[in-house]
Ligand binder design. Structure first.
Ligand code: NAD
Length: 273
C-alpha cells in the first residue's frame, strides 16, 4: 500500500511550504501526495477532520516531521478560520495547497441518482466536496503573495455516468468547473490551480461506493494500461503540478487513471467478469 511506496528523493520542493487537507489514513490519496512532496523537500502542514481521525493522522504527519497538525472541518467557518489562522501565524506565507476532500451520505451512493438525491444530500455533498475547495483556495491565496500552486482531486464520474457514483459525480463536475474559475481569478497572482482526475484507488472514500469491486475490475480490464491506478502516479502528477515543473499549467484536469478515460468502447474481454 501507499505507506510502503518508496518515493524518489530530490529537491523539487525544497524551500516550499504548504497545506495538505484530506489525510484520513495511510491509504488516503493525500497521504501518497504528502510523502512524495516530503521526499522532494517540502515542509507540510496537515489538517484532519475530527478527533477520531487525529489518532491516525497525527503519527503519519509526525513521521514526515510535521509541526502543524490541525483539526479542520470544512463545513464549519469557525474551524476553517482557526486552521488557516494557525498556518498564517506559524508561517505567514505558503506555496501550495492540496485539497483531497469529499463526502456524501452512503444512501446516495447506490441505486437511482434521481430518486435518491434529496435536497439535503445535494447541498451537503456540494458543500463538502466542491465549495470547500473554493473556500480553501480563497483563504490559501491570501497567504501566497509570491504565487503558488493548488491541486484538488476529482474523478471521471464528473464527465461520464458511473453506476452508483450519482450525486458525487455532480459535485465533481462543480469542483472541476470551480477549478477553472479559481484558476482564472488567481492567475494574475501567479497562482496555478489544477485538478487531478484519478482512477479508482482503494481508500476509505472509495469503500463507500456500491459495486466498488466491479468498478475496480472493469477499470483494470478496460483501460489501455490494463492495470489499477497507482497512487504513486497520482502523487507524481501532484508533484508536477505543485512544483515549478508545472509552470504555465493552470485550469487543467489531468487524468491519472491508466488511460481509462480515453476508451470509447472496451475490448470484449473487459465485459466478461
Ligand atoms: P479518503 O477517505 O482517504 O479521504 C477523504 C478525506 O475527506 C478524509 O480525510 C476525510 O476526513 C475528509 N473529509 C470528509 N469530510 C470532511 C469535512 N467535512 N471536513 C474535512 N475533511 C473531510 O479517500 P480518498 O480516496 O483519498 O479521497 C481523497 C479525494 O480523492 C476525494 O476528493 C475523492 O473524491 C478523490 N478521489 C478518490 C478516488 C478513489 O478511487 N479513491 C478517485 C478519484 C478521486
Amino acid at each position: 500500500m501507499s505507506d510502503e511506496i518508496s518515493f524518489p528523493k530530490g529537491e523539487l520542493m525544497k524551500g516550499k511550504r504548504g497545506l495538505v487537507m484530506g489525510v484520513a489514513n495511510k491509504n488516503s490519496i493525500a497521504w501518497s501526495i504528502a510523502q512524495q512532496l516530503h521526499a522532494q523537500g517540502a515542509e507540510i502542514a496537515f489538517t484532519y477532520l475530527n478527533e477520531a481521525m487525529e489518532r491516525r493522522v497525527r503519527p503519519l504527519a509526525e513521521s514526515l516531521g510535521a509541526k502543524l497538525i490541525l483539526e479542520c472541518d470544512v463545513l464549519s467557518d469557525a474551524s476553517m478560520d482557526a486552521a488557516f489562522a494557525a498556518v498564517k501565524e506559524a508561517w505567514g506565507t505558503i506555496d501550495f495547497l492540496v485539497h483531497a476532500i469529499a463526502f456524501t451520505d452512503k444512501s446516495a451512493l447506490e441505486g437511482s441518482f434521481v430518486a435518491n438525491t434529496t435536497r439535503a444530500i445535494f447541498k451537503d455533498t456540494m458543500d463538502v466536496s466542491a465549495f470547500s475547495f473554493v473556500d480553501a483556495a480563497n483563504r490559501a491565496s491570501k497567504m501566497m503573495p509570491n504565487g503558488g500552486s493548488m491541486v484538488t482531486l476529482t474523478y471521471l464520474g464528473s464527465e461520464r455516468t458511473i453506476p452508483n457514483y450519482n450525486v458525487m459525480g455532480v459535485a465533481k463536475a462543480a469542483l472541476e468547473a470551480s477549478t477553472r474559475y479559481i484558476a482564472r481569478d488567481l492567475g494574475p497572482q501567479q497562482i496555478r490551480v489544477n485538478a487531478i482526475s484519478a482512477g479508482p484507488i482503494r481508500t476509505l472514500a472509495a469503500a463507500g461506493i456500491s459495486s466498488g469491486r466491479h468498478m475496480f475490475s472493469f477499470n483494470r480490464k478496460a483501460s489501455p494500461l490494463q492495470d489499477d491506478t497507482d497512487p504513486m502516479g497520482v502523487a507524481g502528477a501532484a508533484l508536477y503540478l505543485l512544483s515549478d515543473l508545472g509552470l504555465s499549467c493552470t485550469g487543467e484536469t489531468l487524468h491519472v487513471d491508466a488511460g481509462f478515460h480515453i476508451v470509447g468502447m472496451p475490448d470484449e474481454a473487459a465485459l466478461k467478469e
